[in-house]
Design a binder for this molecule. Structure first.
Ligand SMILES: *Cc1c(COP(=O)(O)O)cnc(C)c1O
Length: 375
């Protein structure tokens, strides 16, 4: 059996070890320390000078804290993109609030502005105005930032920008992770850069960063004794893991280039087939191509191709199953136009790691070649 080709595996460059050693040598093996502030500084500089970053234990924790900071509580409504990973939606439930799922549009596979506005008007008419909107840049493709943010500001609803999959992407030359009232990043093992597990909350307001750090460190009031007037969380990133992050920051743009090159590889292999669609970049959208994805002509062909890859020990995966189809969210309200259901039927995520070798790409190519019988 050939060795496994993964969908998206961690890609270390060697610099990580240097920062980890620094943590060990200075005995900063704690959830704070020079690597944590250094990593935050690196991210902030990458995004732009005006951002404040709180490094946390996960992207999920960042979404949870964002909801708390926006005062989302019991029975509040939060509108959430349905086509996403469950981590976008779970924290809404942690707060006792109600997720309402919104379908996608076809151009970016993200929040549909039409369904979003229908949902907002509907909720307002029923006397429960949504407290927040969670918008996702799925697979690294920026959502329709101008349209979505115009709607949000018309109705004065804050946006939590889930940029977990889109670090390194941009819209109109502005980096993803800087558009939300609060934005979040993830450094989980499969993301474009990783700290093995980790995330960040990004904001343009220092008070929001301070609040996030306060909540993430058990909400300890300023006092010599341990004084608490609010419920806190243990969500801070450790100084050891932040060291991995600092090393990874030095190769983020390289990873974006390599992942975009993978997409070009698929585009050249599949771009001329009538039975296949790839996700093009609309004008002004720059995707980090975290995952390259394809749509086949039917669910049957999608499954057939997935099984062909599987036979060759190559991991592929259907696109995210929409949240409105998940058993756990079956009672939630939804505004659906059929797009995300259709994408789920026909879509396949292809191996996309920045560390794919030419030999691995050859193996992928030969599966595609025999499946589609191209010469
Ligand atoms: C990975 C991911 C998250 C959660 O990040 P973790 O760091 O794994 O908690 C949230 N939203 C999306 C869209 C993701 O892909």
């Amino acid at each position: 059996m050939n060795p496994k080709i993964w969908l998206s595996s961690p890609h270390m460059n060697g610099n990580e070890q240097k920062f980890i050693n620094e943590a060990f040598n200075s005995n900063w093996i704690a959830p704070l320390g020079p690597n944590v502030s250094g990593f935050e500084e690196d991210i902030s500089q990458y995004l732009n000078e005006g951002t404040y970053v709180a490094a946390l234990s996960s992207g999920t924790a960042a979404i949870h804290l964002a909801l708390i900071i926006l005062n989302v509580s019991k029975d509040d409504i939060v509108l959430c993109q349905s086509k996403t990973f469950s981590a976008s939606a779970n924290p809404i439930v942690y707060q006792g609030a109600k997720p309402v799922f919104i379908d996608s549009e076809k151009e970016t596979w993200n929040l549909c502005p039409i369904q979003l506005e229908i949902a907002i008007k509907d909720c307002i008419a029923k006397g429960n105005k949504p407290k927040a909107i969670i918008a996702v840049h799925l697979y690294g493709m920026p959502y329709k930032v101008d349209e979505i943010h115009t709607i949000a500001s018309t109705y004065n609803i804050p946006i939590i920008e889930d940029s977990a999959e889109a670090f390194g992407s941009s819209y109109k030359n502005k980096k993803c992770g800087t558009f939300g009232d609060i934005s979040i990043l993830s450094f989980n093992g499969n993301k474009i850069i990783t700290t093995s597990g980790g995330g960040a909350l990004v904001t343009s307001k220092k008070e929001i960063k301070d609040k996030a750090v306060f909540l993430a460190t058990q909400a300890r009031d300023k006092s010599v004794a341990y004084l608490h007037s609010q419920i806190g969380y243990n969500y801070r990133m450790s100084n050891v893991l932040a060291g991995i992050g600092r090393g990874q920051m030095t190769v983020l743009d390289k990873h974006v280039k390599l992942r975009r090159k993978n997409y070009q590889f698929y585009k050249e292999a599949l771009g001329n087939l009538d039975s296949v669609e790839l996700l093009n970049e609309p004008q002004d959208h720059f995707s980090n191509r975290w995952l390259s994805c394809m749509l086949l002509d039917s669910n049957k062909s999608r499954e057939a191709l997935r099984l062909e890859f599987d036979k060759e020990n190559i991991e592929t995966r259907p696109l995210w199953k929409p949240m409105h189809q998940q058993p756990i969210f079956s009672n939630c309200k939804k505004y659906i136009n059929g797009v995300s259901d259709n994408l789920f039927e026909r879509g396949l995520c292809l191996p996309s790691g920045s560390n794919l070798t030419n030999g691995e790409l050859d193996r992928i190519y030969s599966v595609l070649k025999s499946f589609f019988a191209f010469s």
